[in-house]
Design a protein around this ligand. Structure first.
Ligand code: GLU
Length: 300
């Protein structure tokens, strides 16, 4: 009989930051939840830098993100993958989708689309345009996609009516997050996606891409977003303070409490890696508040 030690868990989780800014408390919540969920399952935890948008990248953000993760005690498995290394793969898939008629070239300007509030009216859908100087849009089916989130329960979205055909490669050649994330999660063998609830709305588009490309569907757990008193998401746009090295211990404890997990006073002066080691065997995803947002002011 093989021992459990020689039979590692099939769980593969990941953290996938975008280097458009530094990590903040909201990112710490997502990183911590995905890390503890993976390690408690005996799984692997991967790190992927989602650097698909050089004009929006903040200089120095990639190294600051790595530094913050290390200071906060996170250890990832294997080599960190950068999406900028994988453009060839994304473009090959996009060209195939275009050739097969699942995607089409679109020359609509932002201005033309403004009155439609994000729902593409289909102007270029049947125009048979050439790839040159065009964005590429994916044709979406006229149906609902649903999945059961481990925390948020059932989530449904009719992508035909609520999203419409969406861009997978911009006219300037930038690859859309939705396509890259689906290809990379499958390529890296990710079984469990634990991330912020701001991405719940993106998940049905990702389910459609998985179905279209014949890729497996991972399990999902969307953790609550931390919101500021004015109702804004805690994020880069609202100048959330970047994670500071000297705050690692108190912020990890605060993040654990925000996630509904136990802490102990003996951890008040502990090293970040000791806090993580303490928290792994005590992790219970079912204790995370079952809500999409948490008010920052209410966190202890
Ligand atoms: N790169 C995305 C972000 O930083 C997260 C992607 C994901 O977890 O699917 O918001």
């Amino acid at each position: 009989m093989p021992s459990t030690a020689s039979c590692p868990s099939a769980y593969v989780g990941r953290f996938a930051p975008t280097p458009s800014g530094y990590l903040h408390f909201g990112s710490l919540i997502a990183a911590l939840a995905s890390y503890l969920d993976a390690r408690a399952a005996g799984g692997r935890w991967l790190l992927r830098m989602e650097d698909l948008d050089p004009p929006r990248e903040m200089p120095g953000a990639q190294s600051a993100i790595l530094q913050a993760l290390e200071t906060y005690g996170f250890e990832w498995d294997g080599r960190m993958v950068r999406q900028s290394e994988r453009l060839h793969t994304y473009n090959a898939v996009i060209d195939r989708l275009w050739r097969d008629g699942d995607a089409y070239a679109c020359i609509c300007s932002r201005k033309q689309l403004q009155p439609f509030a994000g729902l593409y009216p289909g102007f270029c859908r049947d125009a048979g345009r050439d790839l040159k100087d065009s964005a590429i849009r994916l044709r979406v089916p006229d149906r609902e996609y649903a999945f059961t989130d481990r925390l948020q329960g059932e989530f449904r979205q009719h992508i035909g009516r609520e999203v419409g055909d969406f861009v997978i490669r911009r006219r300037d050649g930038l690859i859309a997050y939705q396509l890259a994330v689906v290809l990379d999660d499958a390529w890296q063998g990710v079984t469990d996606i634990v991330r912020g609830a701001d991405l719940l709305d993106s998940t049905p588009r990702q389910l459609y891409l998985q179905e279209l490309l014949g890729l497996p569907q991972p399990r999902y757990l969307h953790v609550p977003l931390i919101i500021q008193p004015d109702g804004h998401k805690l994020g880069k746009r609202y100048r959330s303070p970047p994670l500071q090295p000297e705050e690692a211990t108190p912020l990890l404890l605060r993040a654990l409490r925000a996630l509904g997990q136990p802490t102990a006073s003996e951890l008040d002066d502990a090293h970040p890696s000791e806090i993580l080691a303490w928290a792994i065997p005590r992790w219970g995803a079912e204790r995370i508040p079952h809500s999409r947002t948490l008010a920052e002011a209410q966190l202890r």
